[in-house]
Ligand binder design. Structure first.
Ligand SMILES: Cc1cc2nc3c(=O)[nH]c(=O)nc-3n(C[C@H](O)[C@H](O)[C@H](O)COP(=O)(O)O)c2cc1C
Length: 201
């Protein structure tokens, strides 16, 4: 990650963009698996997801999921979504608030499926939707695939359950913990860029 000064709002924004971008590539980063929170009726619905891509300067965040899952049904075409992570080394909490959309077809989805590892594609071969009640503990996967990844042809049956969650960010929040007083900033989307303000922690 490049060194950025967080004395100024421009530096804070660079820091936010840098941290999220680096998290996509670095699976050891705690921000690689943020909490993604949707809304179920009037209740929050959080879960951990793998961050797959961040396009533009934190404009769009991409995740992969099962189209039959609760989150896909909750978010659908334009559901509110928050993305939350904390990097304990940097002592920074990041929050993204935005509008989510579930995509089942198109170039982004085709490419995401094509570049998914066979071990990842296996998740989409479960016979029943995520969240289905079962009489005993089960992965839901076909017996033959419990101890191995599917072959490429076997994995293709999972394509119809695969979808992409895209979150268009409208707000970016940054909270830095320091021993001499915390700092917090909020950026709001304005056109293709961001307008920021300091806010009290
Ligand atoms: C480290 C980790 C990574 C995960 N990554 C994903 C993911 O990328 N996509 C996904 O749909 N679920 C992922 N999950 C599972 C979700 O947290 C969640 O249990 C599942 O998707 C069902 O969520 P829902 O019923 O709220 O839709 C992950 C869980 C963990 C612990």
């Amino acid at each position: 990650m490049t060194q950025v000064s967080t004395d100024h709002l421009d530096g804070v924004l660079d820091h936010i963009i840098d941290m999220w971008s680096a998290a996509v590539r670095n699976r050891h980063s705690p921000l690689h698996t943020p909490t993604v929170c949707s809304v179920s009726g009037d209740a929050p619905a959080p879960r951990i997801m793998v961050l797959r891509a961040v396009e533009g300067p934190c404009a769009t965040f991409r995740f992969h999921t099962d189209v039959r899952s609760s989150k896909a049904l909750q978010i659908d075409a334009a559901g509110p979504v928050a993305i939350l992570g904390y990097d304990p080394d940097a002592r920074v909490q990041l929050i993204v608030r935005g509008v989510g959309r579930i995509e089942r077809s198109g170039d982004i989805v085709d490419r995401a499926w094509e570049t998914s590892a066979l071990s990842s594609r296996r998740c989409y071969l479960a016979a029943h939707p995520p969240g289905t009640q079962t009489p005993e503990a089960t992965s839901g996967l076909p017996e033959a695939l419990l101890n191995r990844s599917p072959t490429a042809p076997e994995s293709e049956a999972g394509r119809e359950n695969f979808c992409v969650l895209l979150v268009d960010a409208v707000e970016l929040e940054w909270l830095k913990l320091t021993s001499c007083g915390n700092q917090r900033a909020l950026f709001q989307r304005s056109g293709n860029g961001w307008t920021g303000n300091w806010i009290t922690p």
